[in-house]
Design a protein around this ligand. Structure first.
Ligand code: HPA
Length: 266
């Protein structure tokens, strides 16, 4: 990748704050930050106290790192991320993930709120990301960081499905289309995405996944379907609806991740 001096600053700052090699790092999407409250022996570090970390202005993101333990393994949760649509560059969007990987983390669970493209999917549904369509018009990968045939790790994803089954949590699997945003799509765009093979649509995750893979980490992705995508239900979409669906599903989402932490680390 292109040299990013801010990345070095961030890695140093994480070291100063005692953020070491965690077993699993969770990046929490809009409305999904509550999961961090499940972390035991937790210590929260506000983003404002961390050098080199871009800070989001989007509602529904707390803006802190929480480190601690879950199920006997060391975990970190990134409560809030920055988005390309806020005007951040692709290296800024992926800087936290790269820095956490450089601190020794080898497993990431990247989560997001997404619109459901499959007509039978209702708000509140959870989906693991099997693959993605990068429609953001940019990649975080440099020429020496070749693409990856399978960005989402089958073993980590299988571990999530196993825990979901044990706990009776419905968990689908699908292809995530990552768009630039910030506006929601038109019905015609959603019909196009369905033809391209997408099951869900959102505005994050794809760049972070590719960057984490380029750093040698394994990645699982989870989308919370917060709304039916444009034209599927005919209702107008709003950021408030996305946040509200996140709150409603937060318990199930947090249960899944809490109980999966130990098997994700194996
Ligand atoms: N489209 C794009 N991004 C989203 C959506 C959507 O319908 N819902 C939540 N994030």
């Amino acid at each position: 990748m292109k040299h990013d001096s801010q990345l070095e600053r961030l890695v140093e700052s994480l070291a100063k704050h005692g953020v070491g090699a965690v077993d699993v790092a969770f990046v929490l999407g809009s409305g999904l930050g509550e999961f961090a409250e499940r972390i035991q022996r937790a210590r929260a570090i506000p983003y404002a106290e961390i050098d080199g970390l871009p800070v989001s202005g989007v509602k529904g993101h707390a803006g802190r790192l929480v480190i601690g333990e879950l199920g006997g393994v060391k975990v970190l949760a990134q409560q809030g991320r920055v988005h390309l649509y806020e005007g951040w560059s692709v290296s800024e969007v992926t800087r936290a993930v790269r820095a956490i990987a450089k601190r020794g983390c080898r497993r990431f669970v990247l989560t997001n709120a997404a619109g459901g493209i499959r007509p039978e999917w209702r708000p509140g549904l959870l989906m693991t990301i099997r693959d993605h369509l990068n429609l953001q018009g940019r990649t975080p990968l440099a020429r020496d960081e070749a693409g990856y045939a399978r960005p989402y790790d089958e073993g980590l994803t299988a571990a999530l499905h196993e825990v979901a089954k044990e706990r009776g949590i419905a968990l689908e699997s699908g292809v995530y289309a990552g768009l630039l945003g910030p506006s929601y799509e038109t019905p015609a765009e959603i019909r196009m995405l369905a033809k391209l093979g997408a099951d869900a649509v959102g505005m994050s995750t794809v760049a972070e996944t590719l960057a984490a893979r380029a750093c040698g980490a394994r990645v699982a992705g989870i989308s919370l379907i917060t709304n039916q995508a444009a034209g599927i239900s005919g209702e107008r979409l709003s950021h408030e609806e996305v946040i509200a669906a996140g709150r409603e599903a937060a318990g199930r989402f947090s249960d899944l991740l809490e109980h999966a932490a130990a098997s994700l680390a194996r």
